[in-house]
Design a protein around this ligand. Structure first.
Ligand SMILES: [Zn+2]
Length: 372
C-alpha cells in the first residue's frame, strides 16, 4: 500500500511526496482535471501520508503511507463516499428546510483530522436542485481548520469546489488568507476557471493529465465480465479517466448517448417542438448522470460530428459505437452549425452556475441545433 498504488500522473505524485518529505506543505492545493482522473484518490492518499502512524519521521521520510495503521485505515474509508453521504443525509432527515441544510452541514469524517466536503445533494422537494457546496460547510471548515490536529496535519478535501457560490467564497477566502500552519485544504475542480480568481491565485495548482487509452484498457483487464471489445470501448469513452472507465455502465452509457444523439438529429431535421421538448424534459431530469456530464455528452458528440464532416477517414470517433449514426448526420453539418451549437452549450454551462433552469437551457440548445 502507498503512493505506488496510484495510477498515472507520476509527476504530481512526486511533487506531493517532495513537499511532505521536506515538511514544506502549502496550505492550499488545487487539483484540476476531469472526473474520475484520480483527484480525490490522490488527495485522500496525501492525507494518509501526512498522518500515517508508521511511515513517519524521524525513522521514515514521511512521504508515504502504510495503509495498515489505524489512522491510514480510518482515512481510507473516504474512498467510498457514497455510503458516508447517505449516512449524513439520513442523520439530517430526508426533507430538511434550507436552515437545516446550513445548520447540519454535510461533512464526511472518518478520522478527526481529515474531512471530505462534497457538494450537498440536499434532496428537498425539488428533485433537480443542483448539488453544491453550502455556506454551512464552508463555515464548518473555517472553524475546524484552526483546531490542533490529533495526528500531524488537518486535511480538508473539497470535492466539487467549483459548485461553491461565488458570493459565499468570502468565508473561504478568509481561511486562505490566514491559513493555520497545521492544515491543508485541497480543492478539486474540473476546470480552474470555474473558481474565483482570488481563490485560484492562493492555491498551488496541479493539472491532472489524462491517462493513455491503452493504459486504461490494461487497467480494465480486471473486469473479467467485459469482452475485449467492451474494454476497448470503455477505455475510449473514459477520455483519459481511469475512475470513469472503472465506474462505467456500458449499457447505460450507450442508452444515454443514443438519446442525446437522437435529440441532436431530430433538432437538425427540424422535427416538431413537441418531440424535441419531450426529449429535453427527459434529459433535464436524467438521474443516472449529473447534468454536467449530460452536457459533456453533447460536446463529445458534436466533436465527433465536426471531424466526421471534414475528414472521416482514419478518424477514431470518441463514440465509436455510434459511428454509423454519426456518419449519417455528418453530411448535414457545417462549421457554422457546430460553432452555434457549442456556443449555446457554453452558455448553458455558464448559466448552470446561477442555477437557471436546465429545461429551458436545453430547449435553447436544441433550438440552436436546427439546420438553417
Ligand atoms: Zn499508516
Amino acid at each position: 500500500m502507498g503512493f505506488s498504488e496510484f495510477l498515472g500522473n507520476e509527476r504530481i505524485v512526486q511533487a506531493l511526496r517532495t513537499m511532505l518529505r521536506r515538511e514544506h506543505v502549502p496550505n492550499a492545493l488545487l487539483f484540476v482535471g476531469p472526473r474520475g482522473i484520480g483527484k480525490f484518490t490522490l488527495a485522500r492518499m496525501f492525507a494518509q501520508a501526512a498522518n500515517c502512524e508508521r511511515l513517519r519521521p524521524p525513522r521514515h521520510a514521511g512521504d508515504d503511507f502504510c495503509g495498515e495503521c489505524d489512522t491510514c485505515r480510518k482515512i481510507a474509508r473516504l474512498a467510498e463516499p457514497a455510503a458516508l453521504i447517505e449516512q449524513g443525509l439520513a442523520e439530517r432527515g430526508e426533507s430538511p428546510d434550507a436552515a437545516a441544510v446550513e445548520r447540519m452541514p454535510l461533512i464526511l469524517e472518518t478520522h478527526p483530522d481529515v474531512w471530505a466536503i462534497v457538494p450537498d445533494p440536499v434532496r428537498r422537494r425539488n428533485p433537480v436542485a443542483r448539488p453544491m457546496i453550502r455556506m454551512g460547510q464552508l463555515r464548518a471548515v473555517q472553524r475546524a481548520a484552526y483546531f490542533r490536529p490529533e495526528a500531524r496535519r488537518r486535511v480538508f478535501i473539497m470535492d466539487g469546489a467549483e459548485t461553491m457560490r461565488w458570493s459565499d467564497a468570502d468565508v473561504f477566502l478568509k481561511i486562505l488568507e490566514e491559513p493555520p500552519e497545521t492544515a491543508t485544504l485541497i480543492l478539486l475542480a474540473p476546470r480552474a476557471d470555474a473558481l474565483l480568481p482570488t481563490i485560484r491565485s492562493r492555491c498551488l495548482t496541479f493539472w491532472f493529465a489524462p491517462m493513455a487509452t491503452e493504459q486504461i484498457e490494461g487497467l480494465l483487464k480486471g473486469r473479467a465480465e467485459w469482452k475485449a471489445a467492451e474494454r476497448k470501448l470503455a477505455a475510449q469513452l473514459a477520455d483519459g479517466s481511469p475512475g470513469a472507465a472503472l465506474g462505467l455502465d456500458l449499457a447505460e452509457s450507450g442508452r444515454l448517448r443514443r438519446e442525446v444523439l437522437r435529440l441532436v438529429g431530430d433538432a437538425m431535421e427540424g422535427k416538431s417542438y413537441r418531440a424535441i421538448f419531450a426529449a429535453t424534459t427527459r434529459l433535464a431530469k436524467e438521474e443516472s448522470e449529473s447534468f454536467e456530464n449530460v452536457l459533456g455528452l453533447f460536446y463529445s458528440l458534436l466533436a465527433d460530428l465536426l471531424v466526421l464532416s471534414h475528414n472521416p477517414k482514419n478518424y477514431a470517433p470518441r463514440n465509436p459505437d455510434l459511428r454509423r449514426e454519426l456518419e449519417g448526420l455528418a453530411g448535414k453539418v457545417t462549421d457554422t452549425w457546430v460553432s452555434r451549437a457549442t456556443d449555446s452549450l457554453d452558455r448553458l454551462e455558464g448559466r448552470l452556475r446561477r442555477n437557471v433552469g436546465r429545461q429551458l437551457g436545453l430547449d435553447a440548445v436544441a433550438e440552436s441545433l436546427r439546420v438553417r
